[in-house]
Ligand binder design. Structure first.
Ligand code: ADP
Ligand code: MG
Length: 566
């Protein structure tokens, strides 16, 4: 084709492809799940586009996926009659990886010690379309965007470049053809041209896909007669969220999660619920077992998918999940919404807000149950998502109490285990009225801080807070269970009982007299740097320390604001 052009993959895409070509991922069957998942997304998008735009010239009567095999040529094709892609879309979504966190993933992969660690990282990232290169040494893609007349042909062997060419004609949708690597070699255990293998894989990974996945198979006749062919549907197509909870197998939930969550690992928790009454909906939500690499990046995917009566409406529906629970994945199918609803209207909708309130309560209750019933799983949850959940203490005052219950933080009580606030209060010493905390970048720096000495001497436990958001929530929340949250680095720390205080005051009075000249002299010398030099009761072994006023910013916050240019 003289209109073919050869282009280079973007650097990050090239690196990721290399990993796929020299496949480090052992479960190669998932390539088919990824291609079917994309095909299904494309069918959903076309159905929605046609609903919204009556003038779109596209056939939506029989949206489906077909799998075609050619045993002699050793090719496998996954075809859909969905939305398709323009040439520019092919270049931008197949030739580059826009997914935030890619650079971070590649950095971690370079540092990964062994194949197992790399595999785990790839599994967490999920490589989507590129998974095709685990089993194919050449991949071709033909596509036509709904509403356009011409199509695009794309081909690559995954080694750094691809060709792209315009086609005068192409069927509606997208066909991806894999030229399979030789069968039965060590890294290609399954024969992906065998009917049985394909049936198995589709059943296992894609049964719930809402569109038919068809394949034409041969039926050998009993008595040497001519073999006939028959087209069969491989999946049951049942919308998982619409089925009664008790009838769905955990494995089915897990595979569905991998589709909606674009994850390769099983979820940590599954939440399946139904809302009845004036506003009916079904929700199938998942808490992942690991944080995405872009959890703290503004470009990260967030929120759940919205469906209206089985019709896909939008990804990343932020009206259904608050920002601090952005890692929760899944589907909400609302029955009484317009198919044309926009993001802006959703944000205002009273019913949607009520649904969101219920979903949030349910997610938090699930975490709380994990904490009491399954401490191991809770620990995984908190390690992965704790820093995001703490943002809820600022965003979501309605649920502050339960958020404070599910919170865990490091503390001087135990060098290895986190504690919750209730645990801290339970261990408070007689006469101790406040909850003490220290903030800093690392646990070790805080522990070596001279501020801690007086507390250590007294046997008082101190919470050690190291996430940037910690500084903010402790300020805003202010107290727990009637006890003030008090920074050990601010203002006067008074750890003594009344009698000790009287004695100490007398002693300090005496010392102030004794050291008056020294303090005046030091105050003069340091006048540019400090407001005041005073005797301290908080040190036991260090000679001096710098403290902030009770209303000053803490050092970490000061740094944060300075970094933000304020
Ligand atoms: P993801 O599905 O997570 O977005 P993929 O790597 O699987 O990532 O796919 C990348 C993009 O390529 C998709 O978001 C979509 O825009 C496009 N794409 C892939 N397959 C198809 C298809 N069959 N039809 C239309 N677009 C597709
Ligand atoms: Mg995909």
């Amino acid at each position: 084709n003289d209109r073919a052009e050869t282009l280079e993959f973007q650097a990050e895409a090239r690196q990721l492809l290399q990993l796929m070509v020299h496949s480090i991922y052992s479960n190669k069957d998932v390539f088919l799940r990824e291609l079917i998942s994309n095909a299904s997304d494309a069918l959903d998008k076309l159905r929605l586009a046609a609903l919204r735009d009556k003038d779109l010239t596209a056939d939506t009567d029989d949206l489906h996926v077909t799998i075609e095999v050619d045993r002699d040529a050793r090719t496998l094709t996954v075809r859909d009659n969905g939305i398709g892609m323009t040439r520019d879309e092919v270049v931008s979504v197949i030739g580059t990886i826009a997914k935030s966190g890619t650079a971070e993933l590649l950095r971690q992969l370079r540092e990964a010690k062994d194949a197992g660690a790399s595999q785990e990282l790839i599994g967490q990232f999920g490589v989507g379309f590129y998974a095709a290169f685990m089993v194919a040494d050449r991949v071709e893609l033909t596509t036509r965007r709904a509403g356009e007349s011409g199509g695009t042909h794309w081909a690559s062997s995954g080694e750094g470049t691809y060709t792209i060419a315009a086609l005068d004609e192409a069927p509606q949708g997208t066909a991806v053809t894999l030229h399979l690597k030789p069968a039965d070699t060590e890294d290609n255990l399954h024969d992906y041209t065998a009917e049985w293998t394909i049936r198995e894989i589709v059943k296992r990974y894609s049964d719930f896909i809402a569109h038919p996945i068809r394949m034409t198979v041969e039926r050998s006749a009993a008595d040497d007669a001519e073999a006939t062919t028959e087209t069969v549907t491989l999946n049951s197509m049942k919308a998982l969220w619409a089925r009664p909870r008790g009838e769905v197998e955990p494995a089915e939930y897990h595979e569905f999660y991998k589709h909606v969550g674009r994850d390769w690992a099983d979820p940590l928790e599954t939440i399946h619920m139904r809302g009845e009454g004036t506003f009916e909906y079904e929700a199938l939500l998942f808490i992942p077992s690991h944080a995405p690499l872009d959890l703290f990046s503004p470009q990260g995917r967030r929120g759940v998918q919205l469906y209206v009566k089985r019709v896909f409406i939008m990804d990343d529906c932020d009206a259904l999940m608050p920002n601090y629970l952005r890692f929760v994945k899944g589907v909400v199918d609302a029955h009484d919404l317009s198919l044309n609803i926009s993001r802006e209207i959703l944000q205002q909708d009273r019913q949607i807000r009520a649904v969101r309130r219920r979903l949030v309560k349910k997610v938090l209750a699930t975490v709380k149950d994990l904490k009491t019933g399954q401490p191991e799983r809770y620990r995984t949850f908190w390690t992965e998502f704790g820093a995001a959940v703490k943002e809820g203490l600022l965003e979501d005052t309605d649920n502050r109490d339960v958020l404070l219950e599910i919170l865990s933080v490091a503390s001087t009580h135990d060098p290895a285990e986190l504690t919750d606030l209730a645990g801290y209060v339970g261990r408070m010493k007689d006469g101790q009225t406040d909850i003490y905390y220290a903030t800093g970048e690392h646990r070790a720096t805080i522990e070596n801080s001279p501020h801690l000495e007086a507390f250590r001497a007294k046997g008082y436990e101190v919470l050690l807070l190291t996430d940037p958001v910690d500084e903010v929530w402790v300020e805003q929340v202010g107290s727990y269970d009637g006890r003030t949250l008090r920074s050990i680095a601010k203002g006067e720390v008074d750890l003594d009982t009344e009698q000790e205080r009287a004695e100490a005051e007398a002693e300090r009075e005496r010392q102030r007299g004794e050291y008056a000249d020294l303090l005046t002299w030091m105050g003069g010398v340091l006048a540019d740097s400090v407001r005041e030099v005073r005797l301290s009761s908080r040190l036991t072994t260090s000679p001096a320390c710098v403290v902030g006023d009770a209303h000053d910013l803490t050092p970490t916050l000061e740094k944060m604001y300075r970094a933000m240019g304020q």
